[in-house]
Write a protein that binds this ligand. Structure first.
Ligand code: DAH
Length: 368
């Protein structure tokens, strides 16, 4: 391509000049079209615009210098136009090249390894939640969910927390603003626990019921190493004829052994929840020291893990309007609720709850 001979000008009249520059333009355009790679475009540039050997330099020396004075003016004008055209075309080609992803459009090296998309892993909290749910599923429980924005009625009143009852204070509630004109029971809030889904489930389904409910809950708690304003719970509910406290004990004892290992023991302490009577806190023998006493269990040998109890007749009373089958004289049931973060922290030895929400892959990938 380089150093193509410059055609001789036959004459300097308009027709001859138009023809000569037309041919040069055609030649340039053809070469430009074929100059696919960055290297090709660079050699095109040198070939045409190069100072010493470039074709424009040659044209100017052969045509202009030998032209008779009468033709110099129009030849010079056409030459300048042609030069501007070449410069512009070459500048445009180069800018197309650099406007891409930094990579020349046609310089794709198919032998390079591709950009690998990272395969996600199950988040440790979801994993823990799924493992807990799986234990209950294997005992015949179904799985349910409910809304995170809840009404006062489902979060509190139906669960036997009357308005102004001090037990509401144990659940620092985030309420949705601007609802003063609504009746208290209809006001919206962020659910403080998964227990409202007990009521929603019973309203939808006549007894018997065996269900676990994993989900996100919200409380107006300041974040520290063990608290987060958003956390997760797994709720459980079992209602049938003749359900007793020993069913509750047997079920939770089995669940803890299935989850933490068969050597784990459980014990039940009296407690209070408005929606269960009697209520209990469940402790498991310390999974770190086996019950001998260590720093993790504050030398007691036991770790408190969940709340539970027999469903309070007042709770059945609340759903009876919609499902008359929940007659506390004919059926009974138990319920339980546990914090997923607390269990995951214990199981994986995590000391700061905030790490679960940090999005730090170095932390999260350890649980893959
Ligand atoms: N909802 C309770 C809480 O968030 C936990 C709980 C305790 C749930 C006892 C239950 C239960 O179903 O029976 O503190």
């Amino acid at each position: 391509m380089a150093n193509e001979t410059i055609p001789r000008l036959e004459s300097y009249d308009d027709v001859a000049l138009t023809k000569a520059f037309g041919e040069l333009k055609l030649q340039f355009n053809q070469e430009a079209m074929l100059s696919g790679s960055p290297e090709g475009r660079e050699s095109l540039r040198v070939d045409w615009l190069g100072r010493k050997q470039g074709r424009l330099t040659q044209i100017s020396s052969i045509w202009l210098k030998t032209a008779p004075d009468s033709a110099k003016r129009s030849l010079g004008q056409r030459f300048n136009e042609f030069k501007a055209y070449i410069e512009q075309s070459i500048a445009q080609e180069l800018s197309v090249e650099s406007a891409g992803s930094g990579r020349p459009l046609d310089a794709i090296d198919i032998s390079l390894p591709g950009t690998r998309s990272r395969i996600g892993i199950e988040h440790p909290l979801i994993k823990t939640m799924n493992e807990i749910v799986a234990v209950f599923k294997s005992m015949g429980y179904s799985v349910g969910v409910g809304p995170e924005v809840e009404t006062d009625y489902y979060n509190f009143e139906s669960l036997n927390f009357p308005p102004n009852h001090p037990a509401r204070d144990t659940q620092d509630t985030l309420v949705v603003a601007g609802q003063e004109r609504k009746a208290l029971r209809d006001r919206l809030l962020m659910r403080t626990h998964t227990s409202p889904v007990q009521i929603r489930t019973m309203e939808q389904q006549a007894p018997p019921v065996r269900i676990v409910i994993p989900g996100k809950v919200h409380r107006n708690d300041a974040a520290d190493a063990t608290h987060s304003p958003i956390f997760h719970q797994v709720e459980g509910l079992c209602v049938d004829t003749n359900i007793t406290f020993s069913d509750l004990k047997g079920t939770l004892d089995h669940a803890m052994k299935a989850f933490f290992g068969s050597s784990v023991k459980t014990r039940f302490f009296p407690s209070f929840f408005p929606f269960t009577e009697p209520s209990a806190d469940v402790q498991i023998s310390c999974i770190f020291c086996g019950g001998k006493g260590c720093r993790k269990c504050k030398h007691s040998g036991w770790i408190e893990l969940l709340g539970c109890g027999m469903v309070d007749p007042a709770v059945f009373g609340a759903v009876q309007q919609k499902q008359p089958g929940y007659d506390p004289k004919k059926i009974s049931g138990f319920a339980f609720g546990m914090g997923v973060e607390r269990i995951a922290m214990m199981k994986y030895g995590v000391s700061d709850i905030g790490q679960f929400y940090s999005g730090d892959m170095r932390f999260l990938e350890q649980f893959a």
